[in-house]
Design a protein around this ligand. Structure first.
Ligand SMILES: Cc1cc2nc3c(=O)[nH]c(=O)nc-3n(C[C@H](O)[C@H](O)[C@H](O)COP(=O)(O)OP(=O)(O)OC[C@H]3O[C@@H](n4cnc5c(N)ncnc54)[C@H](O)[C@@H]3O)c2cc1C
Length: 474
């Protein structure tokens, strides 16, 4: 005799940021909801291998930097054999608190959680395979696929999670290595490269592109590269890999097509991510996939099968925790026939390297190309009182408008607090404000936010000088 299949209104595969918000949205609307995740704890890559652990290690690097800055006369170095786990003393606490919070949230909203690998049997049936081999099925009216992504490790890089690590295994390294080669020039590569170089590791970053973070404003990237080299980091752009091998003593030997050879104690392979679609039953159910195997969705996050939605990293860029959450909420609103609000127009980018980088809207180059010119207001952090107080004078905030001024089209920041600061500009952009909003209203003083006022004045003055040279203000 088989057990009867339990039926739910909504079944979500994956409990990362995308899956969580989809499930909660459904439960709040009174649906019977189940979440299936193959991991022991809910939270997804965001909690266990991505956002939270990397930012916890970053905190350790920043603490070390702060100690060094405020006690320059002290010899302040990490010990020879510093354990990576020691640097993240609070990680267990942070993860525990996060997991408990998500679990309680699921419980208090009556969401059933299944631990096991889920797969689509047909458009309304999910098969679940538990770690102990037990298999059963549940029924679903609406399905949300939020199974996330994993590191993409190309065949020429033999990731063994010992000498050659990826972003899932990098923090399981026991001791801080003396040297680290980072493959890649994207967000994860730059974040880890700067964090480890601040911790005293000799870091070499290698990428095909001429510069890291090619999608960002070049001035921000320059500032990042200056800081990186100041802390002993080496950037090797426009290089192609010939081979990567682990030597007899466990060292990693990287040979480039240029003939250059880099030997390091460890390597981090950060060459992008692949969607977790294997074994999901997509082909069997007839779900269409897009480039690189991601699940193809429309503007409402619906696949070609009307009751099946997909959100988060599994649908591809921008692949952020922040966007995944909102996609989860929107998908379920759509399934319920509820209006989720106007589609989001702009996505803020936050890169937790040291220094922080953040950006929203069009870059200066994009504005020039589209509008035949651009006005740029700049505020160097060295002009901001709060930056002096905090000893963080290296930074820049750029406001970009069309050549005649008008609405704010882009905000680009490098420096302390950039990832928070960018939201002030985001709201101004969403409200269609021009830079006068920062001149005619009060901002706290002394704050890093004052940089908006300084940059706005700088931009405003350029406009005034053009229109009425005598009326420019100081
Ligand atoms: C090092 C690093 C740093 C990052 N930093 C940031 C940051 O600072 N800010 C930011 O916004 N984003 C950051 N991200 C990105 C962010 O972590 C992801 O965009 C986000 O986790 C994606 O959420 P998701 O819900 O799509 O999937 P995930 O968080 O990947 O969760 C998917 C879940 O689905 C489960 N699963 C997979 N297949 C199945 C299956 N068949 N059955 C059941 N369960 C399954 C997985 O086990 C996992 O628990 C970072 C990522 C990394 C790797």
């Amino acid at each position: 005799m088989t057990t009867p299949e339990e039926s739910f209104d909504l079944v979500v595969l994956g409990s990362g940021p995308g899956g969580q918000k989809a499930a909660i949205q459904g439960a709040k609307a009174g649906l019977r909801v189940a979440v299936v995740d193959r991991e022991r704890n809910v939270g997804g890559a965001c909690v266990y291998t991505g956002t939270i652990p990397s930012k916890t290690l970053r905190e350790a690097a920043l603490t070390l930097l702060a100690v060094k800055r405020s006690a320059r006369f002290l010899e302040c170095k990490l010990g020879e054999q510093t354990e990576v786990a020691t640097l993240m003393t609070r990680l267990d606490e942070v993860l525990g608190a996060h997991t408990r919070f998500i679990r309680d949230y699921f419980d208090s909203n009556g969401i059933t959680v299944y631990r096991g690998r889920g797969r689509l049997i047909d458009r309304n049936t999910i098969g679940i395979e538990c770690v102990n081999g037990e298999r059963f099925r549940i029924r679903a009216g609406i399905v949300v696929l939020a199974t996330g992504s994993r590191p993409r490790n190309p065949p020429e890089v033999p990731v063994d999670h010992e000498a050659i690590l990826d972003s899932d295994s990098i923090l399981s390294m026991l001791y801080l290595p003396k040297s680290l080669t980072v493959l890649g020039g994207g967000v994860i590569a730059t974040e880890y490269a700067t964090i480890f170089s601040l911790l005293g590791v000799k870091v070499t970053m290698i990428d095909r592109g001429p510069r890291p973070l090619g999608f960002l404003d070049p001035e921000l990237v320059d500032c990042f590269l200056n800081h990186f080299s100041e802390y002993g980091g080496r950037w090797m752009g426009e290089r192609r890999l010939q081979s990567v091998e682990v030597g007899r003593l466990g060292e990693v030997v990287t040979t480039l097509e240029s003939g250059e050879r880099i030997v390091s104690e460890k390597m981090l392979c950060a060459l992008g991510r692949s969607a977790n679609v294997e074994g999901l039953g997509l082909t069997e159910v007839g779900i269409v996939q897009g480039k690189y195997g991601v699940i193809a969705v429309d503007g409402e996050y619906r696949t070609n099968i009307p009751n099946i939605y997909a959100v988060g990293d599994v649908i591809g860029p921008p692949a952020l925790g922040s966007t995944s959450m909102e996609q989860g909420r929107r998908a379920v609103c759509h399934a319920l026939g509820k209006h989720p609000g106007a589609p989001f127009e702009v996505v803020p980018i936050g890169i937790y390297s040291v220094p922080e980088l953040a950006s929203i809207g069009l870059t200066e180059a994009q504005v020039r190309e589209r509008f035949g010119g651009a006005l740029v207001g700049r505020a160097e952090f060295s002009e901001v009182a709060r930056a002096h107080i905090a000893g963080q004078q290296k930074g820049l905030l750029k406001l970009v408008t069309g050549p005649q001024g008008g609405p704010l089209l882009g905000v680009h920041i490098v420096g302390e607090g950039a990832t928070d600061l960018v939201h002030v500009g985001e709201l101004a952009m969403l409200n269609g404000n021009d830079v006068s909003v920062f001149l005619e209203n009060i901002l706290n003083f002394p704050t890093f936010g004052e940089a908006y006022r300084i940059a706005a004045l700088n931009l405003h003055n350029q406009l005034q000088v053009r229109r009425e040279p005598a009326r420019a203000v100081g």
